[in-house]
Design a protein around this ligand. Structure first.
Ligand code: ATP
Ligand code: MG
Length: 264
């Protein structure tokens, strides 16, 4: 493993008018690492991926992937990264196999190479039996797996996964997690994934950056982050809450924060 980080990001920002969608994020990703961006809707996760994959021009800051500057070498950067976007991008009228081959065409990979490789990738995500079916007949989980396979067509050094399990049922989510773990363990791939599921980041990531309002609030391994938060969350239900119950509960010693949920 080389000493130099595979990804180096320094003060990366994106403004949309007055909105600071990404507000000066800095981080590094080592080769072979699974790095997570964990944050709520609108935190700036997709915008960060769009800048790092050179689809969106940053308002400020620097980033380098595999030693390639995203401003100066966008074409080369695109060759070393793969992306599994948040939204489905596959063409419904084409088969799974045709979709992956089309992605390969866009990379200029000759059909003689791309067809067998596409079949291998479909096998990897257990879609080989559905390879020649139109994507319009695929379930949500099958589409996600197809997107994952498409993102791998150019043998990327670094794969971006934007909300890889959003909207999937628990069983399919677990299957996608196992593919992601396989990419890390068997293929030694470096992964950048975004999620707003705490347990997903915990289960998959070596390091996590917690993002909110375009900023990195905290960064560390899942264990470091858990240790820094500490404590327990207690949810207490009451049949009829007095209006000032929160104020009364706050008087209990050792409580760090009291929040009222639900009605009233
Ligand atoms: N093209 C755009 N024009 C204007 N505002 C935008 C644009 N793209 C994103 N934004 C805004 O930037 C902020 C960050 O958006 P982004 O999509 O990066 O968030 P996210 O963390 O990926 O959220 P989600 O979890 O919902 O996918 C949001 O407030 C969003 O409305
Ligand atoms: Mg997003």
């Amino acid at each position: 493993m080389s000493q130099r980080p595979l990804v180096r990001v320094e003060g990366l920002s994106k403004n949309f008018g007055a909105l600071k969608a990404v507000d000066g994020v800095s981080f590094e990703i080592k080769e072979g690492e699974v790095f997570g961006f964990l944050g709520p809707n609108g935190a700036g996760k997709t915008t960060t991926i769009s800048m790092l994959t050179t689809l969106l021009k940053p308002s400020g800051g620097q980033a380098e992937i595999a030693g390639l500057d995203i401003h100066r070498h966008p074409n080369e950067v695109r060759r070393v990264v793969g992306v599994v976007p948040q939204e489905y991008t596959a063409d419904e009228d084409l088969t799974g196999l045709q979709n992956i081959v089309l992605c390969a065409d866009l990379y200029g990979i000759p059909r003689s190479n791309s067809k067998p490789h596409a079949m291998e990738l479909l096998k990897l995500v257990e879609l080989q039996d559905a390879a020649n079916r139109k994507v319009s007949t695929y379930s949500g989980g099958m589409r996600r797996r197809l997107e994952l396979a498409s993102g791998l067509i150019n043998y990327p050094k670094l794969l971006f996964l934007d909300e890889p399990t959003l909207g999937l049922d628990v069983q399919t989510r677990t299957a996608v997690w196992s593919y992601i773990k396989m990419l890390k363990e068997e293929y030694k791939m470096t992964l950048f994934l975004t999620t707003h599921y705490l347990e997903e980041a915990d289960s998959l990531c070596d390091r996590i950056a917690i993002v909110d309002h375009g900023r990195i609030v905290k960064i560390g391994s899942p264990d470091e982050l858990k240790a820094s938060i500490g404590g327990d969350v207690l949810v207490v239900g009451v049949a009829e809450a007095e209006p000032d119950i929160v104020e009364d509960v706050k008087k209990i010693p050792l409580l760090r924060e009291v929040k009222r949920n639900g009605q009233g």
